[in-house]
Design a protein around this ligand. Structure first.
Ligand code: PLP
Length: 564
């Protein structure tokens, strides 16, 4: 079989892509560390599903040659951030084409690397990685594509110029003449609209060509820059006549820029669409709920089981709905195989002696206060009581905190300390350097996937969709996709209030409900009513995996966003 890197340049340049998809991070391959979390993994899943569906698209992102960061955690729970060591030319091919972008009055050379994603029928989707670490650029400019979300505001602004302006120029320079839509995955690439505006000279003409997906449910989360800084960095590419539409409090707001220039805008779950409409009144904001790439997230044992019981599940994940017909024992056997793989990994790496048969919960995501990673262990006494009276408990954590998120780092310390002091028959482990490989093992190998965001802060969330693909039910606050995906006792369980209009999550009420349900519903069902437990597992696949996948998601983008 030909490896993707051997595909010749001409094979995709001869094609005629219609969509250019821009994302600050793309997690396209578990060995390419140019992503930090959900946004990048979604971008990777999106492009993989495009390749499977023969959707004529190209991806554009930054090289981020030192990744986000490699995470170590010392014995006190202190996160240590190291540059990712990544041999770019083992995975990506350089192109002879370069473009330049103007930053602060300097011409900065941008080199382009590419990677090819091969779909299930051999269809090729190229992904371009922009790189300024090029001879001829000055030292600071050479550093701009090293660290994803690194540096200060000015560094970030420069990165967004490279992604947006450099990205659009790269697409044109590479000879793609038939791009109908420029799709911005989050506002980071919105400066690309300015390049298009320079070319087409009308807001309307640009709007015809732009699609914008917003991922941020809180006002403070939207990317914004001091207007004077933006002016000095972008120069005359920033037209005075649109400033009032895109600035707020003398700050240039990237979401407003993207909104102004896009005639299709969407949030990433129904609730998130609602929240976005309230945040940006006057814009039509649609909803396409996220998904995950089915093949990528199904573990090997389920892969074999699905092959045997539901042929065509890979090319058509809707077929997964017939999982209802699979024998329960087969589901359980596949799960236990995935679980043993995870437990073996954890025991081997951390020497903790976790047990294959004990009830195991997983929590892995960016560590930041709104996700309340420590809610699950916030009452150790209660947890010990449950584990002693109902059945033993194991908990597996993973996740990075952004280097400047000091509250997030404190949460890691808290978890490490709880891990060392919890006692009883509870075992807790924290896997360092959460990435796609660990994510895949974890979402498939635990018995229950736990998620505790404060509502409505989680735009969608996707890891629970990965667990659903492996028959692992989710236990989560009703936020993001879970509002759509949860059927109580059938696909998992809700934590806390179900009132959809509640302003703010109540930590105490959520904690109580979390422990009550673990004690009275979930863990007893796991230990004492295995047959019904497996029924729940099976309906996660049939009801949720068959829908919350990026094949369905991309079909909605094509129908609603691209060909409108
Ligand atoms: C899926 C994934 C995420 C996003 O998960 P959420 O549920 O959206 O928090 C983050 N990091 C990695 C490595 C993932 O695989």
């Amino acid at each position: 079989m030909m490896s993707s890197s051997e595909v010749k340049l001409g094979e995709y340049l001869n094609g005629s892509p219609k969509i250019a998809y821009f994302s600050m991070e793309i997690g396209i391959n578990e060995r390419i560390p140019t992503y930090s979390g959900g946004l990048g993994v979604l971008a990777g899943d999106t492009l993989k599903s495009c390749a499977d569906l023969n959707i004529p698209i190209v991806g554009v992102t930054l090289l981020s040659e030192n990744g986000y960061f490699y995470q170590k955690i010392d014995e006190h729970g202190q996160q240590i951030e190291l540059p990712y060591k990544f041999n770019v030319d083992d995975f990506l091919k350089p192109l002879p084409t370069t473009v330049t972008v103007n930053i602060e009055g300097r011409d900065v050379i941008v080199r382009i690397w590419y990677f090819t994603v091969k779909g299930i029928n051999g269809y090729i989707v190229p992904v371009f990685f922009l790189d300024t670490n090029v001879e001829g650029n000055d030292e600071w400019d050479r550093s701009l594509t090293k660290y994803l979300y690194g540096g200060d505001n000015k560094y970030r602004l420069a990165q967004e110029i490279i992604l947006g302006v450099g990205g659009v120029r790269a697409i044109h320079e590479l000879g793609y003449q038939n791009i109908d839509k420029y799709h911005m995955n989050e506002g980071h690439a919105a400066f690309g609209t300015l390049e298009l505006f320079k070319k087409f000279k009308s807001i309307d003409a640009v709007r015809q060509q732009c699609v914008f997906t917003t991922h941020t449910p809180v006002a403070a989360g939207h990317d914004q820059f001091d207007l004077n800084l933006a002016r000095s960095m972008i120069g005359d590419l920033l037209p005075e006549e649109i400033l009032q539409d895109i600035t707020f409090d003398n700050r240039l707001n990237m979401t407003r820029l993207a909104l102004l220039f896009s005639n299709y805008v969407n949030g990433v779950a129904k609730k998130h669409g609602e929240v976005s409409r309230l945040m940006f009144p006057g814009y039509e904001i649609n909803t396409i709920t996220n998904g995950v790439n089915t093949q990528r997230w199904v573990s090997d044992p389920f892969h074999r089981l699905f092959d045997a019981r539901m042929p065509c599940w890979q090319s058509d994940p809707f077929v997964l709905r017939s999982a209802f017909g699979i024998d329960k024992q087969e589901i359980w056997n596949a799960h236990m195989e995935a679980k043993r793989t995870l437990i073996d990994f954890v025991n081997n790496r951390y020497n903790i002696g976790m047990n294959y048969d004990y009830f195991t919960m997983g929590f892995a995501r960016r560590q930041t206060p709104y996700k309340r990673p420590d809610l699950l262990i916030s009452d150790p006494e209660r947890l010990r009581h449950i584990s002693e009276t109902v059945g033993p408990i194991q908990i597996i954590y993973a996740g990075k905190a952004h280097p400047k998120d000091y509250a997030g780092k404190d949460i890691i310390k808290k978890i490490i300390s709880a891990k060392n002091n919890i006692g009883g028959n509870i075992k807790i482990v924290y896997i360092h350097n959460y990435d796609i490989t660990i994510g895949k093992m974890l979402t498939a190998g635990v018995d229950l996937w736990v998620n505790t965001p404060r509502r409505p802060m989680e735009a969608s969330g996707t890891s629970g969709m990965k667990s659903a693909h492996n028959g692992v039910p989710q236990f989560s606050t009703l936020d993001g996709w879970w509002i759509e995906g949860r059927i109580e006792n059938i696909t998992g369980w809700a934590i806390g209030s179900r009132k959809s209009n509640e302003k703010q999550s109540d930590d105490d009420a959520d904690r109580k409900d979390l422990y009550d349900k673990l004690e009275n519903v979930i863990i007893p069902k796991f230990y004492n009513d295995r047959d019904n437990w497996i029924r729940t597992m099976r309906s996660c696949i049939a009801i949720n995996a068959s829908f919350f996948n990026t094949n369905r998601m991309m079909q909605q983008y094509v129908l609603n966003a691209y060909f409108i």
